[in-house]
Design a protein around this ligand. Structure first.
Ligand SMILES: *[C@@H]1O[C@H](CO)[C@@H](O)[C@H](O)[C@H]1NC(C)=O
Ligand SMILES: *[C@@H]1O[C@H](CO)[C@@H](O)[C@H](O)[C@H]1NC(C)=O
Ligand SMILES: *[C@@H]1O[C@H](CO)[C@@H](O)[C@H](O)[C@H]1NC(C)=O
Ligand SMILES: *[C@@H]1O[C@H](CO)[C@@H](O)[C@H](O)[C@H]1NC(C)=O
Ligand SMILES: *[C@@H]1O[C@H](CO)[C@@H](O)[C@H](O)[C@H]1NC(C)=O
Ligand SMILES: *[C@@H]1O[C@H](CO)[C@@H](O)[C@H](O)[C@H]1NC(C)=O
Ligand SMILES: *[C@@H]1O[C@H](CO)[C@@H](O)[C@H](O)[C@H]1NC(C)=O
Length: 915
């Protein structure tokens, strides 16, 4: 309601006022009027009315306060109606009251606050808890009560304590309900939680409430906060019971109206009419036990016993009692300072003309002073210390009790204190330890939840059988192993689906779900569109090979990645590994010729230089030739038998050895690189090279790689070519950039691994240049990703993830992941096959030559010793035996020569040493 309109209307009523200024009284007046507006019929009003009457009697009987002045009470019934209440207040104000106690209802308080501030009469409420009444808009509203802002903080802590993220608030849509839930929303927003609202009109019918509660089941949360008045609150619970909504799946929380409904000031009693409130948790105001309070309670009980009061005392009775005292004390202070009470007719009201006679409505001249006195009060009442804070609310240790209805028993399971949070110890004791002690662990006693369970309900359901979770998946055309629709029956299968189903099985509760395909079946769908559908709530989740990118995490929540990926560049390669003559590749033909020629040249040169001076280079011409040939080769391994003696020879050797060293190491290095590095058939050796080149780049259709290349790598979109699948990749790469193909393909690693497994002639260049993963997308704020993520972790830890991977991608046997990299470091026999061949042939040929020569020699010797006739008589076998005898003889002879040499050389050494 627009407040301007309200005040205008109400002042419009006051039309015919008597002209002139009326001043009444001088010095301490005989009597002072105070007003009270209450709903006599309500549980709070009944108790408060009696408490106020008792308090006025007590004040008048007390000689220390308002000595000589009587306090007169003017009371009106608001009858729970803002309209009747407003009229009632006007009637009370017409009696020249200096302050008004009440109203109970926040709605009435809002309206009459304008009148009371217009007439400068403080309005002191002991029951209106709407937090917005503290605003500067209502300067004459004083609250002898805590605002619901604290209660809602307590409620938010209670919700946070049980780990619930989303709640449904059921409230009556008036100032009290709406602003209370607004405060709850604020508090829960701090905990990143969310409130779904079910607003009920004042006096909603059972059918209406039933429809709203039934409809709320689709939201998902199963935690309900009921913030209402006593009547509608109990009605909501009885309807929820009828709808089977007070079961072990649900949690129900109630604000302090429930305490009033339970009808006991101390929430510890039993009440057999609680059957439909089983397991409900509520908050109650806590008022510390004190001598004054005990005495007042005893008085009340006495009156109740004598049936002089109609109902048992509740907290509002205590607040109402102290309110009268606070007002009385402030009037006393006021009179002590200003001495008289004066009312003036305001010009605004005087100038209005009309038939309604509101001439008695006058402005309290000392209103501002009385308000100041009231806000400065500091005394001990039945509720404890009475003091007001800057927001004109009661300032005291703000404490709520947490109650739980268990059977016929209302149990107290803990306390909530401002700045302390939840505890099982009495907060009065905690406050003594000082308000700075924040680090108190939050505890609560055992709570019995609806359905009789001791464990708190999970608080939400992902889906119900009537409304299963709608899970979108990409209808892939290429790389269908990941996920695709297999037939018209909408059966979905693939690696991603198997991972999802396995993860869902690990979640401790049931998630009914159905798959919805996305894509036309002719090309791969756009994954960004799929993710947008999740954020737009068209579908409840998306499952598939969805890369987790920053753009996407901004609009949806992802689970933990179940596959780690990155973008890589794929180009055509030439395979050189299986070449038999690979060892020749490091040197060109000319290089080889020159090298070999140099070996001979150096041999000849050294021979020429050494021949005359070095006995090693002499001998038969044949031996010298061998020396020439072998010498330079043996220098290759520094194993030459012959020493160079001449200076020139040594110089040539030095230069030659240096040259040899350089050639050898270059050969080694070149050979290594030839054998280990795959030969690219293009000049592109990484992403930087690819960006710099101006050649077309292929990407997988629907993939985020396109946006990434355009936005992050600044590649012009005209260079990008969309490709459907592995066959298109191979074709485009083979055709090449000049003939309408592509120079390279940029795609995610898992696809490329599958592509390389099936097609040869292509390879990855460089490292993956982005690091990300694939996850399942869920709407923001959904509690599911947490549980799915831990399920994925479990899958990865117990090896199931790898098993699912192998099932889909290693149907024909998988080479281990590392094979590719270790393979390129290994040198195989095939690389050295040529060398081994030469070596083998050389060995065989040498052996052959040796045998030929030996046999030749043997035959010649035999011819000398025996006649040819004898030879022919003996068989072939005999010839072989003789041959071996001959070899033995020869060996013996060589050994003898060696022995002789040794024995003759030793004395020589001795002589040298002697001389
Ligand atoms: C029990 O609770 C009902 C409301 O459910 C209330 O009307 C009644 O007064 C309570 N009885 C007692 C003894 O507190
Ligand atoms: C309330 O109940 C608790 C235990 O349930 C008990 O310790 C306490 O004394 C009771 N308080 C009152 C006032 O009955
Ligand atoms: C009233 O005022 C006088 C001084 O003006 C002061 O001494 C006295 O304490 C006051 N009484 C009260 C109750 O405040
Ligand atoms: C009574 O009130 C009037 C007007 O507010 C003021 O002028 C006068 O001084 C007051 N009298 C005493 C005794 O304080
Ligand atoms: C209020 O009164 C208490 C005791 O009566 C005192 O300790 C406290 O300082 C007072 N506070 C103020 C603000 O005067
Ligand atoms: C709370 O529950 C636990 C286990 O469920 C039990 O050991 C403990 O005694 C209970 N505490 C109370 C106060 O009932
Ligand atoms: C579709 O489902 C029905 C029954 O579930 C089955 O008999 C039929 O073979 C399925 N069609 C295909 C193409 O798989």
């Amino acid at each position: 309601m627009d407040p301007c309109k309200v005040s205008a209307t109400l002042f419009g009523l006051v039309l015919s006022l008597s002209l002139g200024r009326h001043v009444r009284g001088s010095g301490r007046p005989e009597a002072v009027n105070i007003g009270a507006v209450l709903s006599y019929g309500s549980p709070i009003g009944k108790v408060a009315r009696t408490a106020i009457e008792i308090a006025v009697g007590d004040v008048n009987a007390d000689p220390d306060i308002l000595a000589g002045t009587r306090l007169d009470l003017v009371m009106e019934d608001t009858n729970c109606s803002p309209f009747v209440g407003s009229i009632g207040v006007l009637k009370v104000l017409a009696k020249d009251t200096v302050a008004i106690i009440g109203p109970q209802s926040s709605t009435v308080a809002h309206i009459i606050s304008y009148i009371s501030s217009g007439l400068r009469v403080p309005l002191v409420s002991f029951a209106a808890t709407d937090p917005t009444l503290s605003s500067l808009q209502y300067p004459f509203f004083v609250r002898m009560q805590q605002t619901d802002a604290y209660q809602m903080t307590a409620m938010a802590d209670l919700i946070g304590y049980h780990g619930w993220r989303n709640v449904i608030a059921v409230y009556v849509d008036d100032d009290y309900g709406r602003n209370g839930i607004y405060a709850l929303d604020n508090e829960l927003a701090k905990k990143l939680s969310k409130v779904y609202r079910i607003a009920l009109p004042v006096g909603a019918s059972r059918a209406y409430i039933s429809d709203m509660l039934q409809g709320s089941k689709v939201f998902g949360p199963r935690v309900y906060v009921v913030h209402a008045n006593v009547d509608s609150g109990l009605k909501i619970f009885s309807i929820a019971q009828e709808l089977q909504m007070i079961t072990d799946e649900y949690a129900w929380l109630a604000t302090d109206w429930l305490c009033t409904a339970l009808g006991a000031s101390e929430p510890n009693g039993t009440n057999s009419s609680l059957h439909y409130l089983q397991g409900i948790v509520g908050l109650c105001q806590h008022i510390p036990q004190s001598r004054r309070r005990g005495a007042f309670q005893a008085r009340w009980s006495e009156l109740y016993g004598k049936e002089m009061v109609s109902s048992e005392l509740n907290v509002y009775g205590l607040y109402a009692y102290d309110t009268v005292w606070a007002v009385a004390r402030s009037i006393d202070d006021f009179l002590n300072e200003s001495g008289n009470i004066t009312f003036t007719s305001t010009d605004e009201l005087v100038n209005m003309k009309g038939k309604l006679q509101f001439d008695k409505l006058r402005t309290f001249a000392g209103g501002q002073l009385l308000l100041t006195k009231l806000l400065r009060q500091n005394f001990t009442g039945v509720i404890g210390q009475v003091q007001f804070d800057r927001d004109r609310n009661l300032k005291s240790g703000i404490i709520y009790e947490v109650i739980n209805i268990d059977g016929a028993l209302v149990r107290k399971v803990g306390y909530w204190a401002n700045l302390k949070g939840l505890s099982t110890t009495l907060p009065e004791i905690m406050y003594r330890s000082g308000p700075q002690n924040f680090s108190i662990s939050q505890t609560l006693g055992n709570i019995t939840w609806p359905g009789g369970k001791g464990k708190a309900p999970r608080g939400w359901v992902a889906a119900t059988n009537e409304r299963p979770l709608r899970i979108g998946f990409p209808f892939r055309v290429g790389y269908v192993e990941f996920v695709t629709k297999v037939n018209e029956n909408h059966t979905v299968e693939g690696f991603c689906i198997d991972v999802f189903e396995a993860a869902v099985k690990l979640i401790p509760y049931n998630i009914p779900h159905q798959f919805v395909s996305f894509g036309d079946g002719h090309s791969n769908p756009s994954y960004s569109d799929l993710v947008n559908m999740v954020s737009d709530k068209v579908i409840d989740a998306a499952v598939g090979d969805i890369a987790i990118t920053t753009v996407r995490t901004a609009i949806v929540d992802f689970t933990q990645p179940y596959v780690s990926t990155g973008l890589v560049v794929v180009v055509p390669i030439k395979d050189v590994k299986s070449n038999t003559w690979a060892f020749l590749r490091p040197f060109s033909v000319i290089m080889w010729c020159v090298t070999v020629a140099f070996f001979f040249l150096i041999g000849v040169v050294i021979w020429l230089l050494e021949h005359r001076v070095n006995s090693d280079f002499r001998g038969s011409p044949k031996r010298q030739c061998v020396t020439i040939f072998l010498f330079s080769f043996s220098t290759l391994f520094q194993s030459q038998q012959e020493d160079t003696l001449s200076t020139l020879g040594r110089f040539v050797m030095m230069v030659w050895l240096f040259l040899l060293m350089v050639i050898t190491s270059s050969y080694t290095a070149s050979l290594t690189s030839f054998l280990t590095v795959q030969q690219l058939s293009t000049s592109i050796n990484g992403i930087d090279c690819l960006i710099a080149s101006n050649e077309p780049i292929g990407y997988q259709e629907g993939s985020f790689a396109r946006d990434y290349m355009i936005n992050a790598l600044n590649i012009h979109r005209s260079r990008l070519v969309s490709l459907a699948g592995p066959e298109a990749y191979a074709t485009a790469l083979r055709v090449g950039p000049k003939d309408g193909g592509v120079a390279a393909i940029v795609d995610e690693l898992p696809y490329i691994e599958l592509f390389l497994q099936r097609t040869s002639g292509f390879g990855i260049v460089g490292q993956p240049f982005t690091r990300s993963g694939w996850g399942f997308a869920l709407p923001r704020g959904s509690p599911l990703p947490l549980d799915l993520s831990s399920a994925i972790m479990k899958l990865s830890e117990n090896g199931d993830l790898q098993r699912i991977h192998d099932k889909w991608f290693c149907k024909a046997g998988c080479t281990p992941q590392t094979a590719g990299s270790s393979d390129s470091d290994q040198l195989h026999l095939s690389n050295f096959w040529g060398l081994f061949l030469i070596c083998g042939i050389a060995a065989v040929v040498s052996l052959f030559i040796f045998l030929i020569r030996a046999i030749n020699q043997y035959i010649r010797l035999n011819k000398k010793h025996k006649g040819p006739a004898e030879q022919s008589r003996k068989g072939c076998c005999q010839a072989i035996y003789s041959f071996f005898d001959f070899i033995d003889e020869k060996e013996e002879a060589i050994k003898n020569i060696f022995k002789q040499r040794k024995s003759s050389s030793q004395p020589q050494v001795g002589i040298v040493e002697l001389t």
